[in-house]
Write a protein that binds this ligand. Structure first.
Ligand SMILES: *Cc1c(COP(=O)(O)O)cnc(C)c1O
Length: 469
């Protein structure tokens, strides 16, 4: 029995990258110039960047040395075999197709499987997954995500609702459902995990209707961590064997290696159906590259192969969970309203609850995100009405999203506990003056994906009558 309980970073630091510091006056100026849109701010002016956990991992010394082994041969490179064998071992599928990132895997897979008018159910589709389904003229359906709807004590809020899934299959007809996608963990549901029990039950149900199950595996190791630590019967199992079991229930998987691949770029499709794989390769060659590199360099393939092995290590995942918990608890202690269950890849703040005097129409999430930048050069992402809402063309009013959240994404192996203490202190300062913050209106917006380029401005008078929640 170990006597020291503190979970520390399971690495020491060999290379450091200085982070920029700016003055408050400069940040205020930048906010105004950018139209209070953090996507428009240069990274060189961001002190702590929590915009995304995608492609932002720090590479290990093993990855850096593997990079030098990258075989850049056009066909049959040894780096491809290293990559393929690693993926095969974890995912268990025989056909492995590399792609440059996750959305390419979606586009290529759906081009063969999804037809106009089809329905593709899932626990909660990632936004590019949904867009790629809709580009095929099909409909993406989320079968509800409890994390958004209710505060719950359940451990696996990313699960799919089995009853609703079977109802949907019966009303739509199995022939109209080319596949079901389980996203583990569910980014769209605040990073909440899916239980092994749920994956197995979905698989069993789908077998009855002969519908294939695919797993969107971007954060599969983080999901396996939750299974090991919160699902009965998995405590003694290795993360690798849990991952292998999760994928054994599926006909295939897609992965963005920019997350749990611990790499800065890359992805793949993995499946057993060799006829389908041959058809996918035609598309892969036309749009990504030869099937032994798929738009990646040999060094990327090496980096991913090592990353996929490192992400399964207990020391890494325990530290990952401990640092997410540290931030979550620090904010919770300040009474910052949070999504109930800490995820591993991000902490989600409920900005509507934190700033109840700002009507959802006036974008409390965007207000909080821009205040965090002003306070400490901290860049986060609004996930609320700025991102998912719409302007009513007739009235000019906002059609609001369900929730007004701000996501503090956690890049892998990049920030340490003191960086998180800094973020917590920034929140403490904002908590003290939060009642004085005023809302935003949208001055300019693009017709699609407006949050990337929208221009906001401060509404000088906040609504006279605060919204009661
Ligand atoms: C990031 C992500 C994708 C898309 O992958 P990219 O590498 O960004 O193209 C798909 N699904 C999930 C769950 C993701 O997190």
């Amino acid at each position: 029995m170990e006597t020291i309980k503190t979970i520390i970073e399971p690495f020491r630091i060999k290379v450091v990258e200085p982070i920029p510091f700016t003055t408050r006056a400069k940040r205020a100026e930048m906010l105004e110039e950018s139209g209070y849109n953090l996507f428009q701010i240069d990274a060189q002016n961001v002190t702590i960047d929590m915009l995304t956990d995608s492609g932002t991992s720090a590479l290990s010394s093993r990855q850096w040395s593997a990079l030098m082994l990258g075989d850049e041969s056009y066909a049959g490179a040894s780096s491809f075999h290293h990559f393929k064998n690693t993926v095969k071992n974890i995912f268990g599928f025989s056909q492995i197709l590399p792609v440059h990132q996750g959305r390419a895997a979606e586009r290529i897979l759906f081009s063969e499987l999804v037809k106009p008018g089809n329905i593709v159910p899932g626990n909660a589709h990632f936004d590019t997954t949904r867009a790629n389904i809709e580009l095929r003229g099909a409909k993406a359906i989320d079968l509800p995500c409890k994390a958004w709807v209710e505060a719950s004590d359940e451990d696996f809020l990313g699960n799919i609702d089995l009853e609703q899934l079977e109802d949907l299959i019966q009303t739509t007809g199995a022939d109209n459902i080319p596949l079901v996608i389980m996203t583990i963990t569910s980014n769209t549901c605040a990073g909440q995990p899916v239980s092994m029990h749920n994956i197995a039950a979905v698989s069993k149900l789908l077998k009855k209707y002969d519908i294939p199950l695919y797993i969107d595996a971007a954060r599969f190791a983080e999901n396996a961590y939750f299974v090991k630590n919160h699902e009965h019967g998995y405590k003694e199992r290795t993360i690798l064997s849990i991952a292998q079991e999760m994928f054994s229930y599926a006909q295939g998987a897609m992965m963005s290696c920019k997350k749990d691949g611990l790499a800065n770029i890359g992805g793949f499709i993995a499946l057993n159906d060799s006829d389908l794989a041959e058809r996918l390769k035609v598309n892969l060659i036309v749009s990504e590259g030869f099937p032994t590199y798929g738009g990646l360099t040999g060094r990327d393939l090496e980096t991913i192969a090592v990353g996929l092995t490192e992400v399964l290590e207990d020391d890494y995942l325990n530290y990952r969970a401990a640092s997410a918990r540290f931030l979550w608890r620090g904010l919770n202690r300040l009474s910052v309203p949070l999504i109930q269950k800490p995820a591993l890849h991000a902490v989600y703040v409920d900005a509507a609850l934190m700033l109840p005097h700002i009507d959802p129409e006036q974008l409390p999430g965007q207000v909080l995100a821009s205040e965090l930048f002003l306070e400490g050069g901290i860049r986060t992402c609004e996930i609320g009405t700025a991102m998912f809402g719409k302007t009513n063309e007739k009235t000019g009013k906002q059609i609001c999203a369900k929730r007004e959240l701000v996501r503090l994404a956690l890049p892998r192996r990049v920030y340490t506990q003191s960086h998180f203490e800094y973020v917590i202190e920034a929140f403490a300062n904002i908590q003290e003056r939060k009642d004085k913050l005023s809302g935003f209106s949208i001055v300019h917006e693009a017709p699609v994906l407006r949050h990337f380029t929208a221009v906001f401005s401060k509404v000088l008078k906040t609504s006279q009558s605060p919204v009661m929640l």
